[in-house]
Every structure is written in C-alpha cells, then in structure tokens.
Design a binder for this molecule. Structure first.
Ligand SMILES: Cc1cc2nc3c(=O)[nH]c(=O)nc-3n(C[C@H](O)[C@H](O)[C@H](O)COP(=O)(O)OP(=O)(O)OC[C@H]3O[C@@H](n4cnc5c(N)ncnc54)[C@H](O)[C@@H]3O)c2cc1C
Length: 355
C-alpha cells in the first residue's frame, strides 16, 4: 500500500515526490508526458524583482531563501547539476532609475536582492542600457529538464514511477484506501498542471491558463548573466541562448506561432542592438490562476484527494516553499495559509457536486 499516489511529474510532482520521500513516505508517481508539459518548455528563471515597474515578487523573502537552499540540496540528492544562480542584469528604463535604485540598495526590503548597480553601459554586449542598470542576486535559472530526468531516474530506481495515463473514472474508493488498477494508496495528490481543468475533482477552481512561447537564438558571444527588460536573454547550459516569453491568454493550440516569434523579435529589439540568428521556437501553457496564487490543499468533499497546482509563470520560485508547506500540512497537521490554500475557493464548489 502506498501512502501517496502523485499524478504528474512536472516540476510540482517531482518536488513534492522528493519532499515526501525525505519524510519516509511510500509513494508512486504516474506521468503521461505526451500531454502539455509546461515544465519542459519553461526557461526556468527565478527572479526576485519582476515586471515593468520592477516590483518585488510576492512573498520573495520567504520564497527565495528556500530556492537558494533547496535546489543545491536536490542536486546533491540526485547527483545532477541543474541550478544556475548566475544573476540577472536589468537595464534601467530611464536615468531617474539610477537614483531610485541607489537608494534602494540600502533599503533592507531590496538589499538582499541587489548585487550591484551600474550608472553606465555594460560592455559585454550591445544592449539598450544608456543609463546602466541593476545586477540582481538570488536570481538565475534551473534547467528543469535535467532536474526532471534525474528525479525520474531516482524514482524508477526506487520502483516509484510509472509512465502511464491516469484516468479519473478508474479511481476506486474502498473503506480503508483508494485504488487505481493494481495500485492501492491512502491519498492522491494531483500535480497535473492544466489538465486539472478537465478534472471532475478540481475543474471548479479558477484556472486562467496562459500560453507562452520561447525562442532559441545564436549570438556571436554568449552572455555570462541573464539580461532582462521586457524580454529575457538567457545563456542556457546546453549552449543555446533562450529568449522569452510571450503571454497569450487566448490561444488555439500548443504550437509556436509566427505572431509569437514576431512579438519576441519586437521586444528583443528594445533590449539588444546586435545581430542574431533564430534557431527554433517552442510553446507551452502555464497553469496560471485567476488571483495569481497557487492552488494547494484538500478537496472540499474528500479528505483523500489533494491538489498541488496553479504555479503559473513562477513554478521555480514557488514550488520549493509550497511543497514544504504542503508536506507539513499532510504529515504534521500544519495549517495552510489561506493565500495559497484552495479553501479560499471552497464557496465556488458547485452544490450539485457536494456529497
Ligand atoms: C513558455 C513558458 C515559459 C516559462 N518560463 C518560466 C520561468 O522562466 N520560470 C518559472 O518559474 N516558470 C516558468 N514557466 C512556468 C512553469 O513551467 C510552471 O510554473 C511549472 O513548470 C508548472 O509545473 P507543473 O508540474 O505544475 O505542471 P506541468 O509541467 O504541466 O506538469 C504536469 C504533468 O502532469 C502530467 N499529467 C497531466 N495529466 C495527467 C494524467 N491524467 N495522467 C498522467 N500524467 C498527467 C503532464 O503530462 C505533465 O507531465 C514557463 C512556462 C511556459 C509555458
């Protein structure tokens, strides 16, 4: 009998699987990688200061220390290198930003994330940065595909992974346990990304999926850090340079589009004044939510069914901390903060589905 059946081996399923193994739980992970797999497309950035107005990311002071602690530890456990805290260079949009960010350097709210500032152009690439910019720390990227491959190998070695599609209609309820085919387990955790929208258990949650496109380019020189304003330029460890991403709320399919590529080219022209060659594009759908906060917790009607989802465009920074909180909730009875718990939407649960 398994303690937990985990549906989905994207970043969410992989990391919660590790947290539960660490606590001595017996788990089985089921994944059907042919469906949309946001984690495989993602650039993997983690960035404490984001957006046009350069706001501090929600909950940064608790999320980012966990990012810095968690991924290197996971690298040790999995014997693989995927964590790259290479920093981010964010060119100023206007000369006034120089004074503004010079002041913020000594502000304890921003200080942990500022490596240094520059009041003149950097020289490694021809960027549109006439007023200089800000170098961010506790920032970089995770090679999610490498992490997933290493985690999958460890799970297979432990007999805790099966590459199959999970069908909800085949989930059976017994007096003391649940079952799916031959698998018997006490609880099930859905980490199925946007597929949760089609779930009989969680489709009532307000998901707002957002398609994203990324392109690979070739530059004469590879950057040493990530450049980011409007668009990011990321020197990935497979030698490619990634540029992204688009945010499309209305979309018809999972494929990269000409419109997406044109949008990235347009945004890139605002940051980079150098020639480049486009090598390819990819697209995926982010499991984003209406209020931009994760969906975590117990189904309103069934104490054996859980969801760990809704990480939107920030899975890399959210999942380490959120997986820690869910594990403490499951195994130690710790309460989940209402900002991340699906209890904030229990009133949306359709009455006709109630027991
Ligand atoms: C273009 C793009 C760029 C992004 N860039 C970043 C970034 O820079 N930084 C960042 O933090 N985040 C980024 N993201 C978001 C990031 O990808 C997500 O936050 C995160 O990967 C979500 O992980 P997940 O495990 O919840 O979902 P997913 O990765 O979608 O995983 C869900 C898994 O469940 C499986 N599954 C679903 N249903 C079933 C079933 N019935 N049976 C078996 N298996 C099933 C799927 O096949 C999949 O493997 C980006 C996303 C996109 C699309």
């Amino acid at each position: 009998m398994y303690d937990y059946l985990i549906i989905g081996h994207g970043l969410a399923g992989a990391i919660i699987s590790q947290r539960l193994l660490e606590r001595g739980q017996k788990i089985m992970v089921l994944d059907q990688p042919d469906s949309n797999h946001s984690s495989v497309v993602a650039a993997g950035l983690f960035n404490p200061i984001t957006g046009r107005k350069m706001f501090k990311t929600w909950n940064a002071d608790s999320l980012f220390p966990e990012v810095i602690k968690f991924y290197p530890r996971l690298e040790q456990i999995l014997g693989a290198k995927f964590f790259h805290p290479i920093g981010i260079y964010r060119p100023y949009a206007a000369i006034e930003d120089q004074n503004d960010w010079e002041a913020k350097r000594s502000d304890p709210k921003f200080n942990p994330y500022i490596d240094r500032t520059s009041t003149s152009r950097i020289t490694s690439h021809k960027l549109n940065d006439p007023s200089g910019g800000l170098f961010l720390k506790q920032a970089g990227y995770v090679n999610i595909v490498k992490l997933l491959n290493a985690n999958k190998k460890l799970l297979i070695d432990k007999g805790s992974y099966q590459e199959i599609m999970f069908y909800e209609k085949d989930l059976m309820f017994h007096k003391e346990h649940l079952s799916f085919g031959d698998l018997k387990f006490k609880k099930i955790i859905f980490c199925n990304g946007i597929m949760a929208q089609k779930s009989q258990w969680f489709s009532w949650l307000p998901f707002h999926p957002v398609k994203g496109e990324i392109m690979d380019i070739e530059l004469d020189r590879r950057p040493e850090t990530i450049y980011n304003r409007g668009v990011f330029i990321l020197p990935f460890d497979d030698q490619s340079v990634r540029v992204g991403s688009t945010y499309q709320k209305n979309f018809e399919n999972l494929e990269p589009t000409e419109a997406g590529e044109n949008e990235l080219k347009e945004k890139l022209s605002g940051l980079l004044n150098e020639a480049y060659t486009i090598k390819g594009s990819r697209a995926g759908i982010r499991p984003a939510t209406k209020d931009r906060r994760p969906f975590i917790g117990k189904h309103p009607d069934n104490e054996h069914i859980y969801v760990f989802n809704g990480f939107g465009s920030k899975g890399v920074s959210l999942i380490p901390q959120c997986s820690k909180l869910l594990t403490a909730h499951l195994l130690d009875g710790a309460a989940l903060d209402t900002e991340i718990s699906i209890s904030r939407y229990y009133s949306n649960y359709p009455t006709e589905l109630k027991k």
